[in-house]
Ligand binder design. Structure first.
Ligand code: FAD
Length: 499
């Protein structure tokens, strides 16, 4: 394909479908190409409908499209996310945070993590987001009546998927929308020639995106194969529920991932309520027992909204002929590190970059496979725990995959570094040492003797790291103290956008 396809048809109006409409429409325009975009969504089927946490790429994406952050937050009821608080993962009563900013970007090459581990301090102390998270502050301070950013890093969000989807839909310009259900796929030489809708309409296209969630309505017809991660990831079922946020209650700017007896619970604050859920192994507990366990942990009744079976995995090839699956149609992992929407945004960037590249499909499939496999390995590492207090944790401890054991063995002999990770295509955001190190440190899996030896062997670097570390900790604790309380700042955005 030397030019962008003239007609792109996106099936699915969830977060993935509308992200695809916005991102591909914009990329085609920037490439000087004329592409007509049609979205087919079915109001009868609905979207997945759970509270979501994003990563920083979502904010970068909003900025790229000139979408106002204040409007996004106030219209969707979203909140700020600096990272993930992991409770009871290492052992009961222990907690650690995974802030998503990377202080090495401003450290001028100083080995901050090695210094911190050698000194017996948590590596997250030098993260601005750790200070903002602890102080429950917004990422802005008010100076002369204006919001001044606390630092140079991109934060993430928590939002209600349905409201974020509706917001994105309002911002997708020049898209033809059809509310109907795809009932059949007409094949042609390139792959799909047309879609047959329940209402009788036939929709032709040159390129198709399958954003139909777990239904995989198009790629299923194309013979796509699923690679299950069931043998590597220990949970396979999710019980989502909502909990109201009390008026005036401060909102934690982090996702809580709270380990339980047979899995873990997510707890995601939006402005109006918590989107929460228990992700568990049904080989170790029943839905009734899971519900009782969560009610006991929270001290009140819950009302499960769904019973979702998780077949963790990915398509072997997400790009087949003239059809690409994106979002839940392409892959799904438990939401422990908010990899799904992040993965979707990155995949759409790859697709836009390689749309007219003859090797595009092969490069795309290899890169997406690697991306999701890397997410899987990172998520699995979180389960390396000292806990043995339930059959689930005992089984997990006895079954760490080889890839995780190899990584851990490697990091017993050296501190994690960028050299341990192959470069990611187009330099796009990916799980690398900046995300691994806080988790490894939080789980007690880094070797202090190795860090000490590295510092002893490089006294000039140690002195630089010590000075930079002290300067960052001081600067970030001052910055956090100056910033506006999180909820107060979110409330002020409503007044601003209403004014
Ligand atoms: C329990 C759980 C928790 C999650 N937590 C997070 C998180 O914290 N962070 C994160 O990044 N991600 C999370 N995710 C993943 C996230 O929900 C999805 O990546 C995101 O919502 C995109 O979903 P989607 O658009 O692919 O699918 P859906 O939201 O399921 O949308 C599918 C769309 O396809 C349409 N459709 C289906 N079949 C047809 C058909 N035949 N014809 C026409 N239209 C059709 C539907 O109408 C709908 O519009 C979570 C997922 C689950 C299950």
């Amino acid at each position: 394909m030397t030019r962008w396809p003239a007609r792109i048809v996106i099936v699915g109006g969830g977060t993935a479908g509308w992200l695809a409409a916005i991102m591909l429409g914009d990329s085609a325009k920037r490439a000087g190409q004329t592409t007509a975009i049609t979205v087919i969504e079915s109001s009868r089927i609905g979207t997945i409908g759970v509270g979501e946490g994003t990563t920083a790429v979502f904010r970068q994406m909003l900025r790229h499209f000139g979408i106002d952050e204040a409007a996004f937050l106030s219209e969707t009821g979203a909140t700020i996310k600096y990272g993930i608080r992991h409770r009871d993962w290492r052992r009961l009563g222990h907690s650690y945070d995974g802030p998503i900013d990377d202080p090495h970007l401003v450290a001028g090459g100083a080995p901050l993590d090695t210094y911190a581990v050698a000194a017996g301090r948590p590596v997250t102390q030098a993260h601005l987001f750790q200070h903002l998270l602890d102080a429950r502050r917004a990422p802005f301070a008010v100076r002369d009546g204006r919001d001044v950013p606390a630092g140079p890093f991109h934060h993430a969000y928590h939002f209600d998927q349905a409201r974020a989807g509706a917001f994105l839909k309002r911002h997708a310009k020049g898209v033809t929308l059809i509310d109907d259900q795809v009932a059949g796929v007409e094949k042609g030489e390139a792959g799909i020639a047309a879609l047959l809708l329940e209402g009788g309409q036939r929709v032709e296209g040159d390129f198709f995106l399958d954003c139909t969630g777990f239904r995989r309505a198009l790629v299923r017809e194309m013979g796509a194969q699923w690679q299950s991660y069931g043998d590597m990831l220990p949970v396979n079922r999710a019980m989502p529920f909502w909990v109201d946020i009390k008026d005036g209650e401060e909102i934690d700017p982090c996702t809580l991932a709270w380990a339980q007896k047979s899995g873990w619970m997510w707890w995601i604050p939006t402005q109006g309520r918590y989107g929460a859920g228990y992700v568990y192994s049904d080989a170790h507990t029943t839905p009734d027992q899971a519900r009782a366990e969560i009610e006991a942990a929270l001290g009140h009744a819950i009302h499960p909204r769904n019973d979702i079976r998780i077949d963790a995995g990915r398509l072997r090839d997400a790009w087949l002929g003239n059809c690409v699956a994106v979002g839940l149609a392409s892959s799904f992992l438990e939401p422990l590190e908010a990899t799904s929407i992040h993965g979707t945004v990155v995949q759409l960037m790859l697709l836009a970059s390689w749309m007219t590249d003859g090797d595009g499909p092969a490069k795309y499939n290899a890169t997406v496979a690697r991306q999701v496999d890397d997410f899987r390995d990172f998520i699995r590492l979180h389960y390396v725990s000292e806990r043995r207090d339930s059959p689930f944790w005992r089984d997990v401890a006895a079954s760490h995959p080889q890839v995780v054991r190899d990584r851990l063995a490697q990091w017993q002999t050296k501190m994690p570094g960028r050299e341990d990770f192959a470069p990611f295509p187009l330099d796009l955001a990916h799980v690398q040492e900046q995300l691994y190190t806080p988790v490894l440190d939080g789980l007690g899996l880094l070797n202090r003797d190795v860090a000490r030896a590295a510092m002893a062997a490089a006294p000039a670097a140690r002195d630089r790291a010590r000075a930079t570390h002290a300067a960052l900790v001081a600067e970030y604790s001052r910055a956090a103290a100056r910033c506006t309380p999180h909820r107060q700042w979110l409330t002020s955005l409503h007044k601003e956008t209403a004014a």
